[in-house]
Ligand binder design. Structure first.
Ligand code: APR
Length: 280
C-alpha cells in the first residue's frame, strides 16, 4: 500500500530465515570515485550478461524529480493530518474534498518535476534488454519517461476509479489542475484515486507479474527503496535470497545492502545512466 508498512498478505519474510547468501567478498566503499567506478564496472558486467532484467523501484528514484514520499508529503498545509486521515477509504467517505485536494496537490508536484535521468535511463535500458519494472511509486514517472512494462504495486495517482461502479479513467499528466472531487460519468458516484490505501489489498495482477518476472530474471536492480515496507520489500528479499545477481542503487544503506552482489551508493539519477552507459 502507499500509506504505511504492512504486515498483510502473508508475504513478509523473516530475514533470518530468508536464506541470505554470505556477504560478498569485497565490500566496496563507494564514497570515492575509484571505488564507485569499480563497483560500476562489476555491476555493468552482470547487467551485460543478462537478457531479462527486473527493476524494483521505490520513492528514492523520484526524489530528484522533487516528488516527496508519502511521509514527506505531509508537510506545510498537510502536516496536521495523519496518513490515515489522507489515505483510507474511511477518510475518503468522510471528506472527499480534502482527500482530492491533497491528491491534486501531489499531482501538481509530480507534473512539475517530471521524470529525471534515472527514469530515462531505465526507459533506455528497456530498448536494450527485456525489462520489467515493478514499482512502489504511484507517480507514473517510469511511464512518463517511456517505460512500458511497469507493474504498480500501490496503484497510480493519475488513474481514477469510481467508488461504486467499474468505471475508471487515466488523467493525462498535462491535466494536473483543479482540486474538486470528480463524479463518475456513468453512475454519478464519487471518483477516487486508484491508489492502494490503508486496509486495502495490493493489486493481484501486479503481484503475479512481479513474482513471474523475478522467477525468470537474469539480473535484478533494486533502486530507491528502503526495503522496509512490506509486502513490497518481500520481493527484494526473494531476489536477494536467490541466485540471480542483485544490484542495489541507494545512497543510504538498507537492510539488504550487505547481501546484494553489487552496491552503487549513489543517487538514481547518477548511477542508472552510468550503469546503462556501460552497456553501449
Ligand atoms: N536515489 C536513490 N535512492 C534514493 C535517493 C536518490 N536520489 N534519495 C533517497 N533515496 C533512498 C533513501 O535512501 C531510502 O532508502 O530511497 C529510499 C526511500 O525509502 P522510502 O521513503 O521508505 O520509500 P519506499 O521504500 O518506496 O517505501 C515507501 O511509503 O512513500 C510510500 O508509496 C511509498 O509505500 C511506499 C512507502
Amino acid at each position: 500500500m502507499e500509506a504505511a508498512p504492512s504486515q498483510e498478505h502473508g508475504r513478509q519474510h523473516d530475514r533470518r530465515q530468508a536464506g541470505w547468501r554470505p556477504l560478498h567478498d569485497q565490500v566496496l566503499d563507494v564514497s570515492d570515485d575509484d571505488d564507485y567506478n569499480l563497483a560500476l564496472d562489476q555491476a555493468g558486467e552482470a547487467l551485460s550478461c543478462a537478457g531479462r532484467v527486473v527493476v524494483l523501484s521505490g520513492a528514492g528514484i523520484s526524489a530528484e524529480s522533487g516528488v516527496p514520499t508519502f511521509r514527506e508529503a505531509q508537510t506545510g498545509l498537510w502536516a496536521r493530518f495523519s496518513p490515515a486521515d489522507l489515505a483510507s477509504p474511511e477518510a475518503f467517505a468522510k471528506d472527499p474534498e480534502r482527500i482530492w485536494a491533497w491528491y491534486h496537490w501531489r499531482r501538481t508536484l509530480i507534473a512539475r518535476g517530471g521524470p529525471n535521468a534515472g527514469h530515462h535511463a531505465l526507459a533506455q535500458l528497456a530498448e536494450i534488454k527485456s525489462l520489467q519494472t515493478i514499482t512502489q511509486n504511484v507517480d507514473g514517472l517510469h511511464q512518463a519517461a517511456g517505460s512500458r512494462r511497469v507493474a504498480e504495486l500501490h496503484g497510480n495517482i493519475w488513474r481514477e476509479r469510481c467508488s461504486e461502479c467499474d468505471h475508471a479513467r487515466l488523467v493525462p499528466m498535462a491535466e494536473a489542475q483543479g482540486d474538486a472531487p470528480v463524479r463518475c460519468r456513468d453512475c454519478g458516484a464519487m471518483m477516487r484515486p486508484a491508489i492502494v490505501w490503508f486496509g486495502e489489498m495490493l493489486p493481484q495482477t501486479a503481484l503475479v507479474a512481479a513474482d513471474a518476472a523475478l522467477a525468470e530474471a537474469d539480473c535484478v536492480i533494486v533502486v530507491g527503496t528502503s526495503n522496509q515496507v512490506y509486502p513490497a520489500a518481500a520481493l527484494v528479499d526473494t531476489a536477494v535470497a536467490g541466485a540471480t545477481p542483485v544490484i542495489e542503487i541507494n545512497p543510504q544503506e538498507t537492510p539488504v545492502s550487505q547481501h546484494v552482489d553489487h552496491r552503487l551508493a549513489a543517487s538514481a539519477s547518477r548511477a542508472l545512466p552510468d550503469l546503462v552507459a556501460r552497456l553501449s
